[in-house]
Design a protein around this ligand. Structure first.
Ligand code: ZN
Length: 279
């Protein structure tokens, strides 16, 4: 094995715990079923029905969305300089702000003045547990548990499923993956990288490999993702000739026996690659 195992790759510190995920998913499902029994989920409709006000404006780089509380009233600011109204990104940001309202602890902190407002960034890089909770709530609101599970049931993970469900739920691939990785369908890791460096990662609770074979945050050299960064090679279908040891330092399996599938979404506009590893 080459590469070094760095403890900084340990993801468990700020991951949401399973019981908390269940609470957030059930809460989001309840809100979705009450206000939007049909698809797609409309965050603006949920806000109106809940007595929240909102506006879209040009706020440069300050935030994607923000929830503000003044004297009992809540208002959501949406930043058009970050995303167009009704785009998948904007829908996710709006759902995230609704999370800060519907999650009791978040709303109570705002009402108590403990936090003046919640400026939020839709880039999934925050290590703040509050932001992770609102992101997870957003994914569960836009893709409610009962409907999402029925749509995923017995369907193999891969590009076809991603395409059909991102369209059905009107969400980005990133939002879909955040929902899917926590839906206990298949052991899956999702890695976002830019210029060959890992920005963030998510993995399902049953994904057993934890320590990336990554030096200083780089993508491991023997991988589909690395091929793109080295040669610009793009695959349109999942590759299944990867070994787990190409990506991970691990101890419980014999080397060269455990295979992974790897598939990438090349989001060139955002300059990022979404890598999916599963088995
Ligand atoms: Zn937030």
């Amino acid at each position: 094995m080459t590469g070094t195992s760095r403890k900084t790759n340990n993801p468990s510190l700020t991951q949401l715990k399973i019981p908390r995920k269940r609470v957030l998913s059930a809460l989001a499902r309840g809100v979705a079923d009450l206000y939007c029994p049909d698809l797609p989920i409309l965050p603006e409709q949920i806000a109106k029905a809940s007595g929240l006000t909102f506006n879209y404006g040009n706020y440069e780089d300050y935030f994607d969305g923000m929830l503000e509380h003044i004297a009992g009233d809540f208002h959501i600011y949406m930043n058009l300089d970050k995303s167009l109204q009704n785009s998948t990104r904007s829908r996710f940001t709006f759902a995230h702000e609704l999370g800060h309202y519907f999650i009791d602890e978040h709303r109570i902190a705002l009402e108590a003045g403990l936090t003046p407002s919640h400026p939020s960034y839709t880039n999934f890089q925050s290590e703040n547990i509050i932001e992770k909770e609102a992101d997870y709530f957003a994914s569960c609101l836009l893709m409610p548990e009962n409907r999402f599970k029925a749509d995923c049931n017995r369907k193999p993970f891969g590009p076809e499923l991603i395409n059909s469900l991102t369209q059905k739920y009107n969400v980005s691939a990133t939002a879909f993956l955040l929902r899917y990785v926590h839906s206990e369908q298949v052991p899956l890791m999702v890695i976002c990288s830019k210029k060959g460096k890992i920005s963030w990662r998510w993995e399902s609770d049953d994904f057993e490999f934890k320590y990336l074979k990554s030096v200083k945050g780089s993508i491991p050299g023997v991988s589909v993702t690395a091929e793109f960064y080295k040669n610009g090679t793009e695959y349109t279908v999942p590759q299944n000739d990867l070994y787990a040891e190409d990506w991970f330092n691990y101890t419980d399996h014999e080397p060269n026996t455990f295979r992974l599938k790897e598939f990438c979404i090349y989001a060139k506009k955002q300059g990022m690659v979404l890598t999916m590893l599963w088995y």
